[in-house]
Ligand binder design. Structure first.
Ligand code: NAD
Length: 360
């Protein structure tokens, strides 16, 4: 029996996860998938109940599960707490404990939502990018790091460091992903200045020799940032380190103009964790106004990458396109004057589209 753990988290998390669970249960019934869904506490919700943003029982649930689905964590209620007690710590610890080193973030234009992009329609035509970001190394974790005051002057430092094994394993993930897509991989570095990324370029080139069917290109990060807004449709898979990936994946997601539509996966050697890219949106929490589609698309990614159910993932993705075709919009993706539906109704509509597919 496959087990999936849902961590709804805070803010809109419980609402979007309820809608996503409804959709997962619908495909599960249709495909007679032997699957158990359990729920656990993480983030602010876990702090309130157990004074710990990742209580041991939640970590144990995640370790025993085949995949994890996370809503979002955080909110003003916990903003004043010391760093170790912040809701985000629950999420960071979960990534670390599960050794999730590869972050996959698709940024895709939904034709029905073209108007939401900040770029002109002719620039975004055909944009379908997958950013593969290394998640557990680089300057975010490198040692030594610190801050001090020397003779009255403050200074601080961090270390950008990668070893070849770390680069090789993330490169493998990206090449394999490119193979399932349009077979183009753009590796992003700053090899003209930084030794770390010179090694990055060398190792990615070496790994590329095992994937002669994937076209490999290298770009400096400054050029990549520029190309993403100048001609984003040129990209298929973008592979990059933790810090450059942090920045470029946010830039790529904004091309689509719809934060409520984008899913992500964090993968390791074992189970993966799936989550929408947005936060807990405390400004609209509890009002049935959140867009659940990013979380529903995260369920599709989970079926594809962790549960070996790519056809079911495709069914969910098709159902999402179907509801958009039908004109259903939550407030964040509605054009001025368009009628809007709530979180629950949107989840229900995707479930209905799945049932419709099954009978047509
Ligand atoms: P946010 O993504 O929560 O919200 C930004 C804006 O987008 C808000 O106006 C919000 O209403 C809107 N929005 C976000 N998701 C939406 C959805 N599904 N449907 C409709 N509108 C949506 O970012 P923020 O306001 O900077 O952060 C709020 C809280 O979330 C903070 O506590 C932050 O630390 C946390 N956060 C958590 C994660 C995570 O859990 N992975 C990621 C980012 C931020």
């Amino acid at each position: 029996m496959t087990t999936v753990v849902f961590f709804p988290g805070d803010g809109i998390g419980p609402e979007i996860c309820a809608a996503a669970r409804r959709v997962l249960e619908t495909v599960q019934e249709q495909a007679e998938l032997p699957l158990t869904v359990v729920e656990g506490l993480v983030g602010g919700a876990a702090l309130d109940a157990h004074d710990d943003p990742l209580p041991p029982e939640s970590l144990e649930l995640a370790r025993r599960a085949d995949a994890v689905l996370l809503g979002a964590v955080g909110g003003p209620k916990w903003d004043g707490l010391p760093p170790a007690k912040r809701p985000e710590q629950g999420l960071l610890r979960l990534r670390k404990e599960l050794e999730l080193f590869a972050n996959l973030r698709p940024a895709q234009i939904f034709p029905q939502l073209r108007a939401a992009s900040p770029l002109r329609p002719e620039l975004i035509e055909g944009v379908d990018i997958l950013v593969v970001r290394e998640l557990t190394g680089d300057i975010y974790f490198g040692e030594p790091r610190g801050a001090e005051v020397v003779q009255g002057k403050r200074r601080a430092w961090n270390t950008m460091v990668y070893d070849e094994d770390e680069i090789r394993r993330i490169a493998e993930v990206a090449f394999r992903a490119a193979r399932d897509r349009r077979r183009r991989l753009c590796s992003v570095d700053k090899a003209n200045v930084l030794e770390t990324t010179r090694l990055w370029r060398e190792v990615v080139t070496e790994v590329g020799r095992d994937y002669p069917d994937v076209e490999l290109q290298h770009l400096y990060v400054d050029n990549a940032a520029m190309q993403l807004v100048r001609a984003p449709a040129q990209f298929d898979v973008i592979l990059t380190g933790n810090m450059f990936g942090d920045i470029l994946s946010d830039e790529a997601s904004q091309l689509t103009g719809s934060i409520g539509m984008l899913a992500s996966a964090s993968l390791g050697q074992g189970r993966g964790m799936y989550e929408p890219i947005h936060g807990s949106a405390p400004d609209i929490a509890g009002q049935d106004r959140a867009n659940p589609l990013a979380t529903i698309l995260s369920v599709a990614m989970m079926l594809r990458h962790s549960l070996d159910q790519a056809p079911l993932a495709e069914r969910i993705e098709a159902a999402v396109l179907r509801v958009l075709d039908q004109g259903l919009r939550t407030a964040d993706i509605a054009a001025a004057g368009e009628p809007v539906v709530g979180t629950q109704a949107m989840g229900e509509a995707v479930a209905a589209a799945l049932r419709e597919q099954a009978t047509s």
